[in-house]
Design a protein around this ligand. Structure first.
Ligand SMILES: Nc1ncnc2c1ncn2[C@@H]1O[C@H](COP(=O)(O)OP(=O)(O)OP(=O)(O)O)[C@@H](O)[C@H]1O
Ligand SMILES: [Mg+2]
Length: 300
């Protein structure tokens, strides 16, 4: 059974079609990276999944049941925009209040448990307003985890975090799904970060799902290339252009050769033409480049 199964979902705001005919499948246990440019309909879709917005058309099934079914609604934890925290109260009191709102049994133990999950045990006494952005995001995730939801929906949880904040959240996500009973949907523009944790991807454009794939499928469909540096990059570029059909300079200034080839072949060819290769490696394009290619209409 899938955690989420969406068919032909639509949503209109006045004359604006925010989501149109969207299909989405999120298997149980997945960390599903939900990707799309600004205004493509990610938050709107997530709000409908969480029951925060009524759907315009189509269907959303959560664990096989309609998204309005009470028995599945209580299994969804959500962090969209900022968590509804009281700034003057401590992290602990905010979580206890939320636990009371949700009638969570054994509230104290549960709050301790979620604080531990988000690595905030030591900061329970901090006032929410004095928390750093990274801590606030983690409090939001702790709030979403109260009531032990099977599905977590997080809208841009990595935004604005520094490298350490992102690393901690990645660990939190992996912990949350570790026993296989929980599923997370994460929308994010930080594709490099997403790629470190996501098991599945969905790419939305103009309110439609244009590609869904597993991390393995992405890996298999991403082209390999040989990246190199030499003592004379201009001459090297000329030589490679003459021999291989796709040669590009990447953001790091390396020359990339995309055709199926080996570093040995390139080194030999350049050596025969008087060029000494100073560094060479094979690699694959990542999610970010795949995504950009897809948006340009290429195949990734
Ligand atoms: N409440 C609303 N009223 C009117 N239009 C809305 C409303 N909410 C969203 N929209 C519009 O619907 C479209 C999709 O918005 P949405 O917020 O879902 O995109 P998004 O993919 O989350 O974008 P971002 O990456 O910027 O967060 C946008 O054109 C947006 O302006
Ligand atoms: Mg959004």
């Amino acid at each position: 059974m899938n955690a989420i199964e969406i068919k032909n979902l639509s949503k209109q705001f006045g004359s604006k079609q925010a989501v149109c005919g969207l299909d989405m499948t999120v298997p149980m246990g997945a960390i599903y990276g939900f990707i799309g440019e600004n205004g493509s309909g990610k938050s709107t879709t997530e709000k409908m999944i969480c029951g925060l917005l009524p759907i315009g058309g189509g269907s959303i099934k959560l664990y096989g049941k309609d998204y309005t079914d009470e028995s599945v609604r209580s299994k969804v934890g959500v962090l969209i925009e900022s968590p509804g925290c009281f700034p003057g109260l401590t992290v602990w009191d905010n979580l206890m209040l939320q636990a009371a709102n949700l009638s969570v049994p054994n509230a104290e133990q549960e709050v301790i448990k979620v604080l531990k999950t988000v690595r905030m045990e030591g900061a329970a006494g901090n006032k929410y307003k004095n928390c750093s952005l990274g801590m606030k995001q983690r409090v939001g995730i702790a709030m979403a985890l109260l009531g032990n939801p099977k599905l977590l929906v997080l809208d841009e949880p990595l935004n604005g975090l520094d490298a350490d904040g992102m690393r901690i959240l990645r660990e939190v996500f992996l912990d949350v799904v570790r026993d296989g009973t929980r599923t997370i949907v994460i929308s994010s523009h930080l594709l490099g970060e997403l790629q470190k944790v996501a098991t599945h991807y969905g790419i939305i454009r103009h309110g439609r799902m244009i590609a869904e794939m597993t991390a393995d499928e992405l890996d298999a469909s991403c082209r390999t290339y040989v990246a190199l540096q030499s003592g004379d990059m201009d001459r090297t570029k000329q030589l490679l252009f003459g021999k291989f059909s796709r040669v590009e300079t990447d953001a790091a200034g390396d020359l990339r050769v995309y055709d199926a080839t080996t570093p040995e072949e390139i080194v030999t060819y350049l050596y025969e033409n008087g060029i000494c290769v100073t560094s060479i490696r094979t690699d694959k394009i990542g999610l970010e480049e795949y995504y950009i290619d897809l948006m340009k209409g290429g195949k990734g």
